[in-house]
Write a protein of this length. Structure first.
Lengths: 148, 509
């Protein structure tokens, strides 16, 4: 039993780096991911549109294995660094746009928030090197009329 | 709200026109520990300490919080009075639900479980006791209540039925000892145990009736066969006698059932292994997910913890069944083998299937429904939450605090933070369902809406809206504990696969 366990562990350890390397498709060096809107430091009231810009790469559906193409992920108030060996997380601060969307309408509570874009490959892994945008800050002000 | 205390601390401002006896209308709670003598016999000091602790930490604060006042504690119970029936019942529910949490980690025979009766009556209040019919009835209600349950009288029910958001089951009029008129009794359902037991009893009755129906049908068929000359038809007609066993829906006429098997996938091979006199040699029974019947009811859906979960709204749920576990790799791969599902999954047989889109999940339930001739489907979002809550209204199904061993998530404690190796690694909720929260995200039928504004209240799936996304429930091993809450919800692109997304199936009766 123990032997099997050890063997399994050894196998897992041996395979782990391989698995990690097999992920993370290579991206062109000049790929650039950026926000069209909003701009860094912009003040917004209530909901606002976020538009994603991508140069020298293409946007496709999640699951599509085309070379030099991926799909957008919008990270809201995420401080942890991106783990290149794991799929980009999926939760309320890691928004996925696997259907190939290039914009979204965002509603955030009043206050200061950070936004960052990360391009993911067919299996939601970051590219190698990671294709990420600058992290920008938006200030959401109280909506002018409440209860809407 | 403070009047009770005035009465108790002396009745100078109480208005007793008939002498010193202060009468007042009050909601009376009588609580009592089930099997107290057995517990005392097993461990006298330990039990005493535990009971005192429960009284100090739970019962007294709950009563005060709900503007009631503790009249007295007896060795194994307590009596409290409230101005408001609503508060009295809420307080009882809080006590019972907290006890469920406290008892969860204990072996069955050392659990301290209270029975609680609540009645509304005109009683005589003295500083350290209350007297009157009203108290006696509450005591009797407590006496007939099952451990862990709250029984209320008709008088209380009339006051609270539209105010306290939970289910009630009428137990009819009961004659109680030394009280002339029968008392109408209701069981309050948010208590998890009560729901479970009701389900059991109802189910048993149902199964019994079903069995009788089946016997009659079988006898009829047999008689029909004997009356005829036995021929090839006998084989065909004999099979359907097995098929209605699992589907209480109108039984298909014998011939139809026999001819409705166009594929080797056997409609007749149900959970009961049939002799399978099928035409095709390659008949393997369809592996059906293990299902748990959920009794219908009504509950408060949503929470105020996240904007997507607002507003909290009352939803009624019709009876349905739901998978005890998320669909497993093994179950999925049968669908893949039948070329009905898009890919063959790798991983352990009893691991939850993952990396499936909503569309993939639909393919599986479609396949299962077709292969079994049962209306398998995804649960609606309301059904999912109702089942996940397991009759509770707390933050998690086991209470308001995180506890290890209950769910698999990033910060849920001990054995979390890894991809679930198998389904059912954590404790089942009060409905007997595993992994309703944490483990693997689960698709439901509904289109994504960013709040419950305009949501249906009949428990059906909510279509329309942004149907390019569908609703995910449960949270996964990668999420933190906020996502484990039964009310947590999120939306995701309908056609996109993600490694933490799976599903479980539901079945209409």
């Amino acid at each position: 039993m123990k032997v099997i366990y050890c063997a399994a562990l050894a196998a897992a350890l041996a395979l782990l780096p391989g698995a990690a390397f097999s992920q993370g498709k290579t991206a062109p060096k000049d790929a650039k991911l950026y926000f069209i809107t909003p701009y860094d430091g912009q003040k917004v009231r209530g909901g606002f549109w976020v538009r994603f810009g991508l140069r020298n790469m293409g946007v496709t559906h999640a699951g599509d294995e085309y070379q030099n193409a991926g799909h957008h992920h919008l990270l809201v108030d995420v401080n942890e660094p991106i783990d290149p060996k794991e799929p980009i997380l999926q939760d309320k601060s890691h928004l996925h746009f696997g259907a190939g969307q290039t914009e979204t309408f965002l509603e955030l509570p009043p206050g200061t928030h950070t936004l960052q874009l990360v391009l993911g490959d067919a299996k939601h892994y970051p590219f190698d090197p990671p294709v990420v945008s600058d992290k920008i800050t938006v200030r959401v002000r109280q909506p002018s009329q409440r209860g809407k | 709200m403070g009047e009770i205390r005035n009465f108790r601390s002396g009745n100078q401002d109480g208005p007793p026109p008939h002498g010193p006896m202060p009468r007042r209308l009050a909601a009376i709670i009588v609580g009592d520990i089930a099997s107290y003598s057995r517990l005392m016999q097993a461990d006298e000091e330990g039990t005493h300490v535990r009971v005192k602790r429960i009284e100090r930490d739970l019962i007294q604060p709950s009563i005060v919080e709900h503007h009631g006042s503790l009249v007295k504690t007896t060795g194994d119970g307590f009596i409290a009075i409230f101005d408001s029936p609503v508060e009295a019942v809420r307080c009882s529910i809080v006590i019972q639900q907290n006890l469920v949490g406290r008892n969860a980690s204990l072996p069955k025979d050392s659990r301290i479980e209270y029975r609680i009766g609540v009645n509304l009556g005109d009683v005589i209040v003295e500083p350290d006791d209350v007297y009157g019919d009203g108290v006696n009835i509450a005591t009797r209600l407590e006496g007939i209540a099952e451990p862990g349950q709250v029984y209320i009288s008709g008088a209380i029910y009339e006051q609270i039925k539209h105010k306290v958001v939970c289910g009630y089951e009428s137990l009819g009029d009961r004659k109680v000892k030394n009280i002339t008129d029968p008392v109408r009794v209701y069981r309050v359902l948010p208590d998890a145990d009560a729901v479970g037991r009701t389900r059991g009893r109802r189910e048993n009755t149902l199964i019994f009736l079903l069995a009788i129906t089946l016997l009659v049908i079988a006898a009829g068929v047999l008689w029909y066969l004997l009356a005829q000359t036995p021929g090839r038809r006998s084989e065909q007609a004999a099979m359907p006698t097995a098929s209605p066993a699992a589907s209480p829906s109108p039984q298909p006429p014998p011939r139809e059932a026999a001819t409705q098997t166009p594929q080797p996938s056997p409609s007749l091979a149900l959970s009961t292994p049939s002799p399978a006199p099928a035409p095709s040699p390659s008949v393997t029974p369809v592996r059906e997910p293990e299902m748990i019947a959920i009794r219908g009811g009504s509950f408060a859906m949503g929470s105020n913890d996240d904007p997507t979960e607002r507003p909290v709204h009352q939803v009624s749920i019709k009876p349905f069944s739901i998978g005890k576990y998320p669909v497993t790799v093994q179950e999925w791969n049968e669908c893949a083998a039948a070329k009905a599902c898009g890919f063959t999954a790798t991983g352990k047989d009893n691991a939850p299937i993952s990396n499936v889109s909503w569309t993939d999940a639909q393919q599986y339930v479609g396949y299962l429904a077709q292969a079994t001739k049962k209306p398998y489907r995804l649960p609606s979002e309301a059904e999912w939450e109702y089942a996940a809550r397991g009759g509770t209204q707390s933050k998690y199904w086991w209470g308001d605090k995180l506890q290890p061993g209950m769910a698999g998530c990033k910060d849920c404690g001990d054995l979390a933070a890894e991809q679930p190796a198998k389904v059912g690694s954590f404790k089942p909720n009060p409905f007997g369902l595993h992994d309703m929260g944490g483990g693997i995200d689960q698709w439901v039928e509904d289109c994504w809406h960013k709040s419950y504004q305009g949501a249906p209240s009949d428990g059906s799936a909510w279509g329309g809206g942004d149907c390019a996304s569908h609703v995910l429930r449960s949270g996964s091993w990668k999420n933190d504990s906020r996502y484990v809450r039964p009310s947590n919800r999120d939306g995701y692109d309908t056609n996109v696969r993600y490694p933490t997304h799976g599903f479980r199936v539901a079945l209409s009766p």
